[in-house]
Design a protein around this ligand. Structure first.
Ligand code: SAH
Length: 254
């Protein structure tokens, strides 16, 4: 039996041009494709590539399935959207290894980076992540809401630009509104908030609002919400051109 491999890879935010050549090469040699259905749909079918679709909520089961296939000699590609290490499958794979069959630790496991949604969004609107920033998932499926509240308040007080992933879903309709209310207690109302939906895909939509008026109804589960810091600037442009949003490289007084 030949030794199997398991490669965890990020497919980027949507457009195929945002997938790295390294990821393309790994997909071209894989025998088995494992991931959440909509991500698998982004990979063109080909002879010799077997697809294992699964639900989004069963990451650990999916990781164990991928590890068993690799242990049996397959060349497994585990795919995530964006970057596989940001709120995605790479951690699930290592968690499964830590608690699973000890022989899995000897497997050839590689993680290939991808363009995370926050980078695609930032590039679309200017340079909001040019100074200190953080990313917070608003999903309380995997952590208590109280922890999310603490982290939001601490991040706002620390002056970070905040990239909010998983802002809401049908099962979590109120979290983004509550998060914006909390942030309004700690940040000036003029701070820019960007609602960026389905970036790099045909249905892309980007809306900029000041925090005071930021409306959670602009988001769905394909949206990344980027909340500026007090230092983040909005550059208005003439003729209806979309404004640029950027965070200066230095702080006043530095
Ligand atoms: N690993 C992914 C994130 C997975 S969590 C990454 O690095 O981007 C899923 C969340 O990512 C979504 O709820 C949304 O907040 C964000 N997201 C993913 N693709 C996006 C896109 N094309 N445009 C805007 N947000 C996106």
């Amino acid at each position: 039996m030949t030794a199997g491999t398991l490669t965890v890879m990020g497919l980027g935010p949507g457009a195929s041009t945002m997938r790295t050549p390294e990821v393309e090469a790994a997909l071209a040699t894989a025998t088995d494709l494992v991931g959440y259905g909509p991500y698998l749909d982004r990979v063109a079918p080909r002879a010799g590539l077997y697809r294992h679709a699964s639900d989004n909520r069963v990451e650990l089961d999916r990781a164990r399935h991928a590890l068993r296939l690799a242990a049996a000699g397959a060349h497994v590609a585990v795919v995530s959207g964006g970057d596989a290490g940001v709120f995605a499958m790479a951690s699930a794979v290592f968690e499964a290894v830590e608690h699973g069959d000890p022989s899995w630790r000897a497997l050839d496991i590689r993680v290939l980076p991808g363009i995370s949604a926050m980078f695609a969004v930032a590039a679309r609107i200017g340079a909001p992540l040019g100074h200190d920033f953080c990313a917070i998932s608003l999903s309380d499926n995997l952590k208590p809401w109280g922890v999310i509240q603490q982290r939001l308040a601490a991040a706002a007080q620390a002056g970070f630009v905040i990239a909010l992933y998983n802002p809401l879903s049908r099962a979590r309709p109120w979290q983004l509104g509550a998060a914006l209310d909390l942030l309004r207690q700690h940040l000036p109302g003029s701070v820019p908030v960007v609602f960026a939906t389905a970036v790099t895909r045909p249905e892309e939509r980007i809306v900029l609002q000041p925090l005071a008026q930021a409306d959670a109804a602009l988001a769905d589960m394909r949206t990344l919400v980027m909340v500026g810091s007090a230092a983040t600037r909005v550059l208005e442009r003439p003729g209806g051109l979309p404004a640029w949003v950027y965070s200066p490289r230095g702080m006043a007084g530095s």
